[in-house]
Design a binder for this molecule. Structure first.
Ligand SMILES: [Zn+2]
Length: 376
């Protein structure tokens, strides 16, 4: 047994309650040994993930959270951890690639993780935050099978972000808001009452393992494809009424705007744009809330319509609808979100310093009312 495996076994022995969420799959490297050579032109994002982990050495710990069979491959859903989530006081959870066709989200997340690792090497202050203040848990490819197949859905034809057992309270856009008609049409939710898909279970295990009552967490889920601008979406997707934590979201928005007044994001509730069934963050937020756990999910929805508008040829490539194809624009997107994610890392680490309580929280709720909910 190698050093790492032994450490892991001891870790599991010492923390059976948290580590026990999720089965023990073979480690990331051995899963990759079976497919690495054949993935080169089909799933470079998974190869980049492995390369990042190799370069990071001890700074990143990996765990295989699920195995997905697709075509002739068995692909890992892997989580990357920076810091020690067993003792960290806060957690930043980053997920991308839930929709397999939105590769740019995975690439933006990997680009940011690279900067985190590089900075750990020379900035001792930066590095020390990962001793006990905060842990980063990242899942860069939640849906590796979908990404391999250039599909929004997973290999079973299910849209993982329409899959949670939660129905919208009002009308959703036809099909796009989630449908149970057929897996041949995108946005398929799966059969009612069927088992959860393994990628969904993987995320659920991660949240149960790392997000706890005394450890508030911020989540950023990376997507692309909607609108001309970059949106930061506040849940819910299933209803127009404000989420219980709306006061915290307003405080976070104001903090962001005070610190970066020239930013270019539209920061507001998703429900202002459209409702959908089965949103996983609606579901996980409600699950956590019921157990007294603070979980503040945000969706970063990178507006791809602008990329298409500036380069209409992209319309003729399916991937081009969701990803920048011109090199200078691609580079701009990769660097464009670094500041925001740095900020959210600091916000998660310092949540006690800005999360409103009592009277302050009521003021923030009123502000939310006048910003977004006057019609209700
Ligand atoms: Zn998406």
């Amino acid at each position: 047994m190698g050093y790492k495996e032994q450490a892991r076994m001891e870790d599991i022995a010492n923390h059976t309650d948290t580590a026990s969420y999720g089965p023990d799959f073979p480690d990331f490297t051995s899963v990759m040994d079976d497919c690495r050579g054949r993935l080169r032109h089909r799933l470079s994002e998974l190869l980049s993930t492995e390369q990042l982990c190799r370069q990071a050495g001890d700074l990143i710990t990996t765990r295989t959270e699920a195995l997905v069979d697709v075509d002739e491959f068995t692909l890992p859903v892997v989580s990357l951890t920076i810091g020690n989530p067993d003792i960290a006081k806060h957690c930043l959870l980053l997920t991308a690639g839930i929709h397999g066709v939105e590769r740019i989200g995975t690439q933006v997340l990997l680009a940011w993780l690279e900067t985190v690792i590089e900075r750990c090497r020379w900035d001792s202050n930066w590095r020390s935050q990962f001793e006990s203040e905060i842990a980063i848990v990242a899942v860069p490819l939640v849906n590796p099978g979908g990404m391999l197949q250039d599909s929004r859905c997973n290999p079973n034809g299910i849209d993982l972000n329409r899959h949670a057992p939660i129905d919208a309270e009002d009308k959703v856009p036809f099909l796009v808001g989630g449908q149970r008609i057929s897996k041949a049409i995108p946005w398929y939710r799966g059969k009612r009452g069927a088992d959860f898909e393994s990628e969904f279970v993987a995320l659920q295990n991660i949240i149960k393992r790392y997000c706890q009552v005394d450890r508030p967490s911020i989540v950023v889920d990376f997507h692309s494809g909607f609108g001309f601008q970059d949106h930061l979406w506040i849940p819910y997707a299933y209803r127009r009424q404000p989420i219980d934590d709306i006061g915290s979201y307003v405080a976070l928005k104001l903090l962001w705007e005070r610190n970066f007044p020239h930013h270019n994001y539209v920061f507001g509730p998703q429900a202002m744009h459209y409702l959908s069934h089965g949103d996983i963050w609606d579901y996980f937020h409600r699950q956590c809330r019921a157990e007294g756990i603070t979980l503040l999910p945000l969706t970063l929805e990178m507006g791809s319509w602008l990329w298409v508008k500036k380069h209409p040829q992209q319309l003729f490539s399916f991937a081009g609808l969701f990803n920048p194809t011109v090199p200078h624009r691609h580079a701009r997107v990769l660097r464009g979100h670094l500041l925001l994610i740095d900020f959210l890392l600091a916000a998660a680490r310092n949540i006690e310093h800005w999360q409103p309580k009592g009277e302050q929280e009521r003021e923030m709720q009123q502000m939310a009312q006048s910003l977004w909910y006057r019609q209700l």
